[in-house]
Ligand binder design. Structure first.
Ligand code: DAH
Length: 368
């Protein structure tokens, strides 16, 4: 009797185990046969009520059944688990041979790049970076730079004025040059001084070589016994480092700026190679010419006074130049307007990788 019972139960259990297609349904089969209320468990409980003879025969049969079913479940479970893993792996297949989608990477604008280069070069010569507001008053922008209201030089700057004056009755405007930073720095920090002031400036002007907004860098040195020789050495050292050439030749030409006396315009020699201006050599050399790159001079005594200093005690030199023009000369762009069009193709061509910028050679210590 026991054997037919175990045989049919075995057949039933093994069929159900084989038919379980998921781990969940297999577990349900396990519970049905081997769980606390399971049929095989119930069968085993009947052993206690049997006579010793009956038990001797039924015991091994029942326990054998339990062992066999337990083993069959474990085997089926291993099969189902392997299937589940394979299905998961198949669903998550990654094709490592596919090219990765390109991550968009920004680039550094040539103006930012050149401003960084300038700051590095002048930092090596002991210059700090100073700043001033782009919305300036006409006292700092003109008057304190020795350009009184009637001064004809004010007409050289076709300026964007604001409709309202400030609290002190000064006309407000978009600064036309970085020179007002000279006044602000002298008033704030006193002397001695060695600063550069890079930044945006504005003029009512627009064609292939002029944009209403552009960039300048100003330089100011105030000290004792400062003379034109210091100016010349500083500019020469700066231009050699910036253009990364030792054969830079300067020509200082007498000129006029209200804020300097004497004033000099600085030219560099250049030649044209493959349609591009290449700085280097004397402008008097064969195949060379001169190009103006800087305005400069000894700071006018009146400007030193407006800066709150005694011109009998302090002297200095100043210079100013266009950052965009320096960038065009060094990196070979030909249309200034493209600098500010925001065309990503232009940026991709002329921009600099943020973490891979060209470093300056020629003795200027640039940390990586
Ligand atoms: N501020 C002048 C300009 O915008 C440039 C300049 C010339 C600045 C001579 C100076 C200087 O500091 O000494 O045209």
């Amino acid at each position: 009797m026991a054997s037919t019972q175990t045989d049919s139960m075995r057949a039933d259990a093994l069929a159900q185990i084989e038919g379980a297609s998921t781990l969940e349904s297999l577990d349900a089969v396990r519970v049905a046969f081997l769980g606390k209320q399971g049929t095989i468990s119930a069968l085993l409980k009947t052993l206690g009520k049997m006579s010793p003879e009956e038990r001797q025969e039924a015991g091994p049969a029942f326990n054998g059944l339990r062992a066999e079913v337990t083993e069959a479940i474990a085997a089926r479970k291993a099969v189902l688990e392997a299937e589940a893993l394979n299905a998961k792996l198949a669903g998550e297949t990654i094709d490592l041979s596919l090219p990765a989608p390109e991550a968009p990477i920004g680039s550094v604008h040539p103006v930012s790049q050149v401003m960084d280069e300038l700051a590095e070069i002048f930092a090596d010569m002991g210059f700090a970076v100073a700043t001033g507001p782009e919305i300036e008053d006409d006292w700092h922008n003109f008057t304190a730079l020795n350009m009184p209201e009637s001064h004809p030089a004010r007409a050289m700057h076709d300026t964007f004025y604001f409709p309202d004056a400030d609290d002190e009755g000064r006309s407000m405007l978009l600064r036309t040059h970085t020179s007002p930073v000279q006044i602000r720095t002298m008033l704030k920090d006193g002397a001695p001084l060695r600063i550069i002031a890079p930044g945006r400036v504005y003029r009512s002007d627009s064609d292939a070589t002029h944009t209403p907004m552009f960039h300048q860098i100003e330089g100011l040195v105030i000290g004792k016994g400062i003379h034109l020789g210091h100016l010349k050495w500083t500019l020469e050292t700066f231009l050699k480092a910036f253009f990364e050439r030792d054969d830079i030749v300067l020509r200082l030409r007498p000129s006029y700026f209200p804020f300097t006396e004497p004033s000099v315009e600085v030219d560099v020699g250049y030649s044209v190679e493959k349609g591009r201006r290449v700085v280097g050599g004397s402008g008097d050399d064969e195949g060379h010419a001169w190009m103006e790159v800087l305005g400069s001079g000894m700071v006018n005594a009146r400007v030193i006074e407006f800066g709150g200093l005694d011109p009998n005690e302090w002297q200095g030199f100043a210079f100013g130049t266009g950052v965009d023009r320096l960038a065009m000369l060094k990196y070979g762009m030909d249309d200034l307007r493209a600098f500010f069009d925001g065309d990503l193709r232009w940026m991709k061509h002329y921009g600099f990788a943020a973490l891979d910028v060209p470093t300056l050679s020629g003795g200027v210590g640039v940390s990586a």
